[in-house]
Design a protein around this ligand. Structure first.
Ligand SMILES: NC(=O)c1ccc[n+]([C@@H]2O[C@H](COP(=O)([O-])OP(=O)(O)OC[C@H]3O[C@@H](n4cnc5c(N)ncnc54)[C@H](OP(=O)(O)O)[C@@H]3O)[C@@H](O)[C@H]2O)c1
Length: 287
């Protein structure tokens, strides 16, 4: 955003990014800056080597430390949880999926509510609501039951914010497999869905873009959704070049307007009503 121009209201006060040194977290910082955020507090366990600038201020912090979270979240308009465990199975681990993806997420939700932070956005993962899917089973087996802990973190964070009334809204972004081998595709390349039914890949940059954009759209509040790339058409054997996806969304408002809020018996996070029905596409299953 050009200097002197006005920040969108959601970005006009402090936005806190937890796990900001992570591959997605760092990209979120960049998108928040591009969207015109006035002050971004980038939080990582070790901030050695990081340099603050006019917008991004680096602060040391661990999502396992409730007191530190309260301090960091004071006066914030939003908190974005992009942290994830650095250890998998570990008997005496101090940074396992249980401790970070679950307990850290819960502490963040509690701190957000206590500090009256209006928006909480959590980067979780596709497949967390499909514990017996081979991909979820494989990831959890390899990495300390990570998918179960993430799901437990989601559910408790939702419950904490719901119990606090309308103090803090939640948004849970569940990307598919993260890969940075191809360039990001942006709005028209991203498929949004609810109910944890879709499979696919997406770049961290596109995930970070959706995560940052979610702060600007009321329809993203109190929702849980998945994002993957639209499947590309293959022309035939040996012809795998990607085709430009057809225009799918007018803009980001249109993108997020495809979401339904989670609401009791219709909550797609709990009752996947959309099974096999990707949203915002052509109506056919695209993955
Ligand atoms: N890999 C995939 O294909 C995939 C697919 C779907 C979803 N996801 C999820 O998407 C999210 C982003 O993934 P990513 O690959 O970008 O993550 P990443 O690069 O592994 O970054 C995670 C960050 O969390 C930080 N962190 C760990 N413990 C922390 C703590 N106690 N307090 C504060 N920060 C802490 C780590 O920093 P330290 O240096 O301090 O450990 C690291 O910078 C994660 O939740 C991931 O599980 C991943």
């Amino acid at each position: 955003m050009a200097s002197g121009s006005t920040s969108p209201p959601a970005l006009s006060t402090k936005v806190v990014v937890l796990g900001a040194k992570g591959r997605t977290g760092r990209l979120v910082l960049g998108h928040l800056k591009k969207l015109g955020a006035k002050e971004v507090v980038a939080v990582a366990r070790n901030i050695t080597g990081e340099t603050s600038d006019d917008v991004v201020k680096w602060e040391a912090g661990d999502v396992k430390e409730a007191g530190r979270l309260s301090t960091l979240l004071k006066g914030a308009s939003a908190v974005l949880f992009t942290a994830s465990a650095s250890q998998g199975w570990s008997l005496f681990g101090t940074n396992t999926p249980k401790q970070v993806d679950y307990e850290g997420c819960v502490l963040t939700a509690k701190a957000a509510v206590q500090a009256k932070v209006p928006q909480l956005v959590i980067v979780s993962s596709a497949f967390v609501a499909r514990p017996y899917h081979p991909i979820a089973l494989m990831l959890s087996t390899l990495f300390g039951r990570v998918m179960q802990w993430k799901r437990k973190g989601e559910l408790e964070a939702i419950s904490i914010t719901q119990q606090a009334g309308s103090v803090t809204s939640y948004t849970i972004v569940r990307p598919g497999g993260l890969s940075d081998k191809k360039p990001p595709k942006g709005l028209q390349g991203i498929q949004i869905s609810q109910g944890d039914t879709i499979n696919g890949m997406i770049t961290r940059d596109d995930t970070a873009l959706v995560t940052a954009q979610a702060l600007l759209h009321n329809t993203a509040k109190n929702t849980v959704f998945e994002v993957v790339w639209h499947k590309v058409e293959k022309k035939g054997e040996g012809e795998e070049e990607e085709q430009a996806p057809p225009q799918r969304y007018k803009d980001w408002t249109d993108f997020f307007s495809r979401l339904r809020p989670n609401n009791g018996a219709h909550d797609p996070a709990f009752y996947p009503a959309d099974h096999g029905q990707p949203m915002g596409g052509t109506g056919k299953t695209e993955l």
